[in-house]
Design a protein around this ligand. Structure first.
Ligand code: CP
Ligand code: NVA
Length: 319
């Protein structure tokens, strides 16, 4: 056996949704992210952490949709953990020419140590995980965006918002990001108020998941009602990747903009989150986006720290 190679098989885990980890593991992920972040304050961003826990490991990232934060944060996360990453885009890989997900999974499993996929249909991520022998991470599907929410929870905690009993308000489209917030609410025991226009509510499956987990979920068509006394206010683009810009969606969404009037209804120390990219003066006013309660760039940076803990958990090195 080569020097430095353990003969103990690690527990490899997929991270397709937050429930794959569960509440205890998510708390451990956030704790690890806080610790690792503190240990490297002021360091060059590409320098590896002292322990290099993923020394020699490679992450393949499959992108069937655009990305800035997920792409860069996973790459920098791997560098900081002592490993490296590579990117496969559907337009320049054989996936785009019809090679099956099953064969792609089996080939990549021989070549890399973990796979991240951003795609449209969630079943593609599930199929990849089914056929892969290495961990598969959901980097966003039309159904959910779990990695984003680990970063969001980390950001809330860093800003003094202990999760149990927290009042989190969502405004606008009932989309993939909201689905993962609802899943997190059930696991971490915070409450969610959801203000959406009729017909744009989140999937009932995720509302039920939150409620079953013990979260209170309040659905309304009144943005001001959702904001009243909230600790955290969150929105996202009104038109997600792959959705149709047509019809009257922007007009229907207009009353759900997070603006000064909405922020004034929330607690004085409430914070504003947005996964980005933002469409300023659509889902959020410029005054809120650039205002003192906005923590959106802390949230973006935290994608790196969250990804590192997710990768370590998937590799069986955490939780
Ligand atoms: N928030 C997020 O996932 O950003 P990207 O689409 O840039 O990866
Ligand atoms: N809901 C958005 C999130 C982008 C990070 C989308 O799916 O396009």
């Amino acid at each position: 056996m080569a020097e430095g190679v353990s003969n103990i098989a690690p527990t490899l885990r997929n991270f397709l949704d937050l429930s794959d980890a569960g509440g205890d593991a998510i708390a451990a992920l956030i704790g690890d992210a806080i610790d690792r972040k503190a240990l490297r304050q002021g360091w060059p961003k590409g320098r590896a952490d002292s322990d290099k826990p993923l020394d020699g490991r490679v992450l393949a990232m499959i992108f069937e949709k655009n990305s800035t934060r997920t792409r860069v944060s996973f790459d920098i996360a791997m560098r900081q953990l002592g490993g490296s990453s590579l990117i496969l885009e559907s337009g320049t890989s054989q996936l785009g020419r019809g090679e099956s997900i099953a064969d792609t999974a089996r080939v990549l499993s021989r070549m890399v140590d973990a796979i991240m996929i951003r795609t449209d249909d969630h079943s593609k991520a599930e199929e990849l995980a089914h056929h892969a022998d290495v961990p598969v991470i959901n980097g966003l599907t039309d159904r959910s965006h779990p990695c984003q929410i680990v970063a969001d929870l980390l950001t809330m905690i860093e800003h003094g918002k202990a999760l149990p009993g927290l009042e989190v308000a969502w405004f606008g489209d009932g989309n993939n990001v909201l689905h993962s917030i609802l899943e997190a609410a059930g696991l971490m025991k915070f409450n969610v108020r959801i203000a959406t226009p009729a017909g744009y509510e989140p999937d009932k499956e995720f509302v039920d998941l939150a409620i079953t987990g013990g979260a209170k979920v309040n659905m309304t068509q009144e943005a001001a009602a959702a904001a009243e006394g909230a600790d955290v206010l969150i929105t996202d683009t009104w038109v997600s990747m792959g959705q149709d810009h047509a019809h009257n969606k922007l007009a229907v969404m207009a009353p759900y903009q997070v603006n000064d009037a909405i922020m004034a209804k929330a607690k004085n120390d409430a914070i504003f989150l947005h996964c980005l990219p933002a469409h300023v003066d659509e889902e959020v006013s410029k005054s809120v986006f650039e205002g003192s309660q906005s923590v959106v760039f802390d949230e973006a940076e935290n994608r790196i720290h969250a990804q590192k803990s997710i990768l370590l958990w998937c590799m069986g090195m955490l939780g």
